[in-house]
Write a new protein. Structure first.
Length: 421
């Protein structure tokens, strides 16, 4: 007996704090995918759309599902990279891609970045992908606990993406599927806002997948909706025929396609703000990808306090410089003692990224305390996406090393100079 796709659903939402949706998805059995673009205005949404567009191309019938997924991801990578080389507005753009092809009795997975694939089976939710992210690497190395990783200011920094380099390493694997399994593909706007245990409860309590998708998106928004939220869900069951899979004859035309086309009001709003962007939107909605009309990003995400896009870093005062050097030296001791941490957070600095993956200068310590108390505040957004840097350099810079104000400001200035060249 083979498996068929009994039901599938998708939902994408801009969230509560962003002005554009840089996520895209593909929902056409037996292929499902989620892509989460990054790189700032008029770049992230282009990259994610290009990634899902690649699934329209004819797949190589002689290749295995894993090989097909790798070929598609690498082809998309190359195209995104090419565009980024010739168009300065798209420089450094990138996207995650997590995609599956459902076979007779198994699911082939292709994965780059920190979008996720989960399986809900008999009331248990299991994550099947590992994030290609800095914090997940730190967790594997024992440098962070999973709990610290969840709250870490650099949790959105990914170590692999489509677009930033001319080739990409695609992780592929295959998992056996069983009658009744529900699979969830999602962007980090869901998994970063809703705990796995809450997602499990939602999936267990909503039989109809459109209802489950809606409840998942609502939960992410209820928790703050800091990022774009995308969920793609499908359920497999035994087809009862003893024959092979029949993806062409299942519910192919139920909800794939243009159900997520932007509303008239959204189009009008976007046209007012950016008429050219509408005209050049490369993604026809009928292919099953969802990309909202592009509008200029009005302000940075406000997940972190006091974004300040306009100010240039001021020259630190002499007193400030002396204070900062001392503070870096004693910060570990102060952490142990517990006292005076708040004052120290005013005199140490580090580089991280904001919610959009743009390198950002923070004052304080790269930690959050319980009850939502941050030990850092955002001081300057550089305009340089982390993905624009070579991986080694990116890692070095974002290693949440505590720096004096002068060092941190000099470093972020040098990034700006490098990007401008
Ligand atoms: Ca995201």
């Amino acid at each position: 007996m083979a498996l068929r796709i009994a039901e599938h659903a998708h939902l994408t939402d801009v969230g509560r704090q962003r002005h554009t949706n840089e996520d895209a998805y593909y929902d056409r059995p037996p292929v499902f995918a989620v892509a989460d673009g990054m790189g700032g205005a008029q770049a992230g949404e282009v990259a994610s759309a290009m990634a899902v567009e690649e699934f329209i191309a004819q797949r190589d019938p002689d290749a295995s599902p894993e090989e097909q997924l790798e070929q598609i991801a690498r082809a998309a990578n190359r195209k995104i990279w090419d565009v980024a080389q010739v168009d300065s507005r798209r420089a450094g753009m990138g996207t995650t891609l997590t995609a599956v092809i459902v076979g007779d009795r198994e699911i082939a997975v292709g994965h780059v970045g920190d979008s996720r694939l989960y399986r809900h089976r008999k009331g248990e939710l299991e994550r099947l992908t590992r994030d290609h992210s800095l914090v997940e690497e730190f967790v594997r190395q024992g440098r962070l606990t999973p709990e610290q990783a969840e709250k870490h200011p650099q949790r959105s920094v990914i170590t692999r993406a489509l677009g930033p380099e001319s080739d990409v390493e695609v992780e592929t694997f295959t998992v056996p599927a069983r009658d009744g399994d529900v699979y969830l593909l999602c962007s980090d706007g869901l998994s970063g806002m809703v705990r796995d245990s809450s997602m499990q409860k939602i999936l267990a309590s909503h039989d109809a997948l459109p209802d489950a998708a809606k409840a998942l998106v609502e939960a992410a928004n209820d928790n703050g909706g800091r990022d774009n939220i995308t969920a793609v869900l499908f359920r497999v069951e035994d087809d009862g025929t003893g024959n092979g899979p029949s993806p062409e004859t299942d519910s192919y035309d139920t909800i794939a396609g243009d159900v997520m086309a932007p509303s008239t009001e959204e189009i009008r709003r976007a046209e007012r703000e950016s008429p050219a962007a509408i005209a050049e939107d490369p993604v026809p909605t009928a292919i099953g990808s969802a990309v909202r009309p592009r509008a200029p990003r009005a302000s940075p995400p406000s997940a972190l306090p006091s974004p300040d896009l306009s100010s240039r870093p001021r020259r630190p005062s002499r007193r400030g410089r002396l204070l900062a050097r001392g503070a870096v030296a004693v910060v570990a001791l102060a952490l142990i003692l517990g006292g005076g941490v708040y004052i120290l957070t005013k005199s140490v600095w580090f580089l991280g990224t904001n919610n959009q993956g743009v390198i950002t200068l923070y004052r304080g310590l790269p930690y959050e305390l319980p009850l939502g108390v941050n030990l850092y505040e955002q001081r300057l957004v550089s305009g340089v996406p982390a993905l624009a840097l070579a991986p080694d350099r990116r890692k070095r810079i974002l290693d949440h090393q505590l720096r004096s104000k002068k060092d941190a400001v000099d470093l972020i200035r040098s990034l700006g100079a490098a990007a401008a060249r």
